[in-house]
Write a protein that binds this ligand. Structure first.
Ligand SMILES: [Zn+2]
Length: 89
């Protein structure tokens, strides 16, 4: 990430995460380290002034073929790897 995202911490496990807006306008937590095989692509959306993300699945909301082709960084949703999800406490 070149710009924008503020680092945050998971309330469950205290790992570093960042938040990105999904095409549906929801905030989603991601691990800060890119993951080559992750399904989500996150990018700095200068127009909106936020980090936006979308799922690299053809036909999904917000899917952007050009960005997939340009190999934008992929990230894994934090809940997939969180050892202590806050919601399960
Ligand atoms: Zn966590």
């Amino acid at each position: 990430m070149k710009k924008g995202p503020k680092a945050a911490r998971c309330k469950g496990c205290d790992a570093l995460i960042f938040w990105a807006k999904t095409p549906a306008g929801k905030n989603m937590p991601f691990n800060v380290s890119p993951a080559a095989r992750a399904e989500w692509i996150a990018y700095w959306n200068a127009k909106a002034g936020v980090v936006s993300c979308f799922r690299d699945v053809r036909g999904s909301a917000g899917y952007n073929q050009a960005m997939v082709n340009r190999a934008y960084n992929r990230y894994q949703p934090h809940w997939e790897t969180c050892p202590r999800p806050p919601s399960k406490r």
